[in-house]
Design a protein around this ligand. Structure first.
Ligand code: NDP
Length: 292
C-alpha cells in the first residue's frame, strides 16, 4: 500500500483563505479588525523564526499584528505588566507568549496571567479545564490542526482506535482530549510505555508527538492506519541540514493508509489554527456568532 499524503500546506492555505474572508467581512460590516499580540522574550533562533512567520501570516489575512520583542533579561514583573496591558487593550483579541521562555521566568505563572478569552494558544489552566470537560474553550493550535485534517480525511472518527505518542501539555494531552471528544478509543503512550511498537500497531489513528527524529518506523504502523506526524526535528544528513518528523516517513508511508509529511503537514496547520482562534476570540469578544 502507498499512503495518501495529507497535504497540510494546501489545507492550511484553505483555512487561512477562509479566515481572511471572515476578517474582510468583519471589517466591512462591523468596522472591527481582529488583533493578535505576540510576545517574544530573548533570542532563541527557532522562536524568532516562528514569531516572524506568525507576524507575516497575521498581516496576510488582514488582521492587526502587535509584536513585542523583549530582551532575554526581562523581569517577571515587567512581562506580567505587559500582559496585563494587553489583557485590557480592546484592539488585542489574541495574546501569544512564545515558548520556551528564558529559565528565570515562570512559564505557568506567565501563561496563567493571560486573559483566558484572549489565550489563543489554549494553554491557560481555564482553557485546559474547559477542554477536558468538553466545554467551549480555546483549543491548542497544533492538536486542533491535527484534528481538522483527521476529520477532513475520515469524516467521523467515532469508534476508531487512536494512539497518541507523547503526553506534553501542549500537544499530546490536548490531542488525546480532542480525539476522545470525537469518540475515539484513546491510548496515550510515553517514554515509560511498555512495548511501544505493539501499542502503536493497534492504532487506526497514530499521532506522533515525541521530539525524536524518525522514531516511529513502518513496522510499528498498522496497515491502512492514518499517521499524523507532529515532530519537527532539525538533523544533519549527508552533510546537509534537514527537517524530519518523529515518523520514519518512507517506511511508514509504505504501510499507512494516509500520512502527513514533514515539512508540509502539521506545521502549516498550527499557524492557520492560531489565526482561526484569534478570529474566534474576536467574534466572542464582540458578541458575534463564531465562524464555522
Ligand atoms: P515534549 O518533549 O514536551 O514531549 C515529548 C513526549 O514524548 C513526552 O511525553 C515523552 O514522554 C515522550 N517520549 C519521549 N521519548 C519517548 C520514547 N522513546 N518513547 C515514547 N515516548 C517518548 O515535546 P512536545 O510535545 O512539545 O513536542 C513533540 C514534537 O512535536 C517535537 O518534535 C516538537 O518540535 C514538535 N512540535 C511541533 C509543532 C508543530 O507546529 N508542528 C508544535 C509543537 C511541537 P515522557 O512524558 O514520559 O517524558
Amino acid at each position: 500500500m502507498v499512503a495518501k499524503v495529507i497535504d497540510g500546506k494546501a489545507f492550511a492555505a484553505n483555512v487561512r483563505g477562509q479566515v481572511a474572508g471572515h476578517v474582510a467581512k468583519l471589517k466591512a460590516d462591523k468596522g472591527i479588525t481582529p488583533g493578535l499580540a505576540v510576545v517574544l522574550v530573548g533570542e532563541d533562533p527557532a522562536s524568532k523564526v516562528y514569531v516572524k512567520n506568525k507576524h507575516a501570516s497575521t498581516i496576510e489575512v488582514g488582521m492587526e499584528s502587535f509584536e513585542h520583542r523583549l530582551p532575554a533579561e526581562t523581569s517577571e514583573a515587567d512581562l506580567l505588566a505587559l500582559i496585563h496591558r494587553l489583557n485590557g487593550d480592546p484592539a488585542v483579541h489574541g495574546i501569544l507568549v512564545q515558548l520556551p521562555l528564558p529559565k528565570h521566568l515562570d512559564s505557568e505563572l506567565i501563561i496563567n496571567s493571560i486573559d483566558p478569552a484572549k489565550d489563543v494558544d489554549g494553554f491557560h489552566i481555564s482553557n485546559v479545564g474547559l477542554l477536558g470537560t468538553g466545554q467551549k474553550s480555546m483549543v491548542p493550535c497544533t492538536p486542533l490542526g491535527c484534528l481538522m485534517m483527521l476529520r477532513d480525511h475520515h469524516g467521523s472518527l467515532a469508534g476508531m482506535n487512536a494512539v497518541v505518542v507523547g503526553r506534553s501539555n501542549i500537544v499530546g494531552k490536548p490531542m488525546a482530549q480532542l480525539l476522545l471528544g470525537d469518540s475515539c478509543t484513546v491510548t496515550i503512550a510515553h517514554s515509560r510505555t511498555k512495548d511501544l511498537a505493539e501499542v502503536c500497531k493497534r492504532a487506526d489513528i497514530l499521532v506522533a508527538a515525541v521530539g525524536r527524529p524518525e522514531m516511529i518506523t513502518g513496522d510499528m504502523v498498522k496497515p491502512g492506519a492514518t499517521v499524523i506526524d507532529v515532530g519537527i526535528n532539525r538533523i544533519e544528513r549527508d552533510g546537509k541540514a534537514k527537517l524530519v518528523g518523529d515518523v520514519h516517513y518512507d517506511s511508514a508511508a509504505a504501510v499507512a493508509g494516509a500520512i502527513t509529511p514533514v515539512p508540509g503537514g502539521v506545521g502549516p496547520m498550527t499557524i492557520a489554527c492560531l489565526l482561526a482562534n484569534t478570529l474566534t476570540a474576536c467574534c466572542r469578544a464582540n458578541g458575534l456568532p463564531e465562524p464555522k
